[in-house]
Design a protein around this ligand. Structure first.
Ligand code: 1CP
Length: 336
């Protein structure tokens, strides 16, 4: 994985899957019957257990620390809850323009997320040495969307787009606070053992190229520029085929590609950088013949060109049979 991130030749293709530790795994579901999601995130011992168990079970070439992109909102005065049916629910006392939102100090971030730091340390010391540990954060657009909409969007991000377009001062204040706290949060993860970082901008694909350049690019760039150059960062956004010409100028090491575009066309657009992706997660719900065919398509399209990390186009779906995942990774490792 580290070699691929430097565009060096690798003996076999590196692969890991977004949300590889999660509900499709029986071991995870069993643990979740005993512990609620936030308690799990805040228990370093369990975080390390869940992260390592998933990596080992599916034989992934990287592990991603078990956490969530929305944990950061707790330091910004949000009350965060996860409901079984609805997903994340965020409430706060802030006004709709977020003018009361204050930037937490670096010390506050390090204190409040000590559990993430300890989870990373424990995981790093339990993982095999050759398996990189990925730390992560949500990018400002995606995290702010949850803050503004109060959870999963019911209005196709209209409230978020309204704030960005009609209240530039409020929007920039919100972005500045998120950028500063995300930088501190990622620095903490690096200090405690994260080898690679991924910045999840899952919903940025709802923006037009002009909106992306105006509202997002400076803030994402500020985060990326603050990461020391020895730590590679992967920037991932879903449904961003129309934004790749803009995204490709971001100062990061690699780009995560989702599955609405074929990998060859995507790579032609961001030719200078390594890429990650992009099997449609729904393919893993079909039969093995289809999975094999679609996987080989991606492997053939990226053959002989170093710098491709295999992944899904978005997070693995909870109803995915775990055997399909194990066989998928075996197929990728055996391909030459
Ligand atoms: O057990 C449960 O019921 C909770 C389900 C769950 C899990 C397993 C949530 C709630 N978060 C997570 C873990 C998680 N989230 C990881 C762990 C590491 C791994 O990949 O194995 C990561 C990287 C995330 C990141 C995350 N959280 C994203 C970005 C990735 C993506 O899928 O786009 C997003 C958008 C979230 C928000 C979130 N948290 C949880 C849910 C169900 C959601 C999505 C809600 C929505 O669809 O809007």
């Amino acid at each position: 994985m580290m070699k691929a991130l430097r565009k060096e030749q690798t003996a076999s293709k590196p692969v890991w899957l977004m949300r590889q530790a999660g509900r499709y795994m029986k071991e995870y579901r069993d643990l979740r019957k005993k512990v609620d999601f936030l308690t799990l995130c805040k228990s370093p011992e369990l975080v390390s257990h869940v992260t390592c168990e998933a990596q080992e079970k599916i034989d992934a070439d990287a592990a991603i620390i078990f956490a969530d992109i929305l944990l950061i909102t707790e330091s910004l005065g949000f009350n965060l809850a996860y409901s079984a049916g609805e997903g994340p629910v965020l409430t706060s006392e802030h006004d709709s323009l977020f003018s009361t939102l204050k930037r937490p100090s670096r010390e506050q971030i390090f204190d409040q997320y000590h559990y993430v730091a300890m989870g990373i340390e424990k995981t790093r010391s339990s993982l095999p040495e050759n398996i990189p540990l990925i730390g992560f954060a949500g990018a400002p657009f995606t995290v702010s969307a949850y803050m503004i909409e109060g959870g999963k969007t019911k209005t196709n991000f209209q409230k978020t787009i309204d704030l960005a377009s009609k209240q530039p001062t409020a929007w920039n204040h919100l972005m500045d606070v998120l950028v500063a706290s995300t930088i501190d949060y990622l620095h903490m993860q690096i200090e405690h053992g994260a080898d690679v970082l991924q910045l999840f901008d899952s919903w940025v694909g709802v923006l037009t190229p002009t909106q992306f350049d105006q509202w997002i690019k400076p803030h994402v760039s500020a985060i990326l520029n603050a990461i020391p150059s020895h730590v590679p960062v992967i920037y991932f956004g879903a449904k961003t085929a129309h934004l790749l010409e803009n995204i490709k100028h971001l100062p990061c090491q690699a780009f995560g590609i989702s599955d609405e575009i074929d990998i060859q066309s995507a790579w032609a657009k961001v030719d200078h950088a390594p890429i990650q992706g992009n099997l449609n997660p729904e393919i893993l719900l079909t039969d093995w013949k289809t999975i094999e065919k679609e996987t080989i398509k991606i492997l053939d399209a990226t053959k002989n060109k170093p710098g491709h990390i295999f992944n899904l186009g978005h997070g693995i779906l909870p109803q995915t049979p775990v055997e399909h995942v194990i066989d998928l990774i075996q197929l990728i490792h055996g391909y030459c």
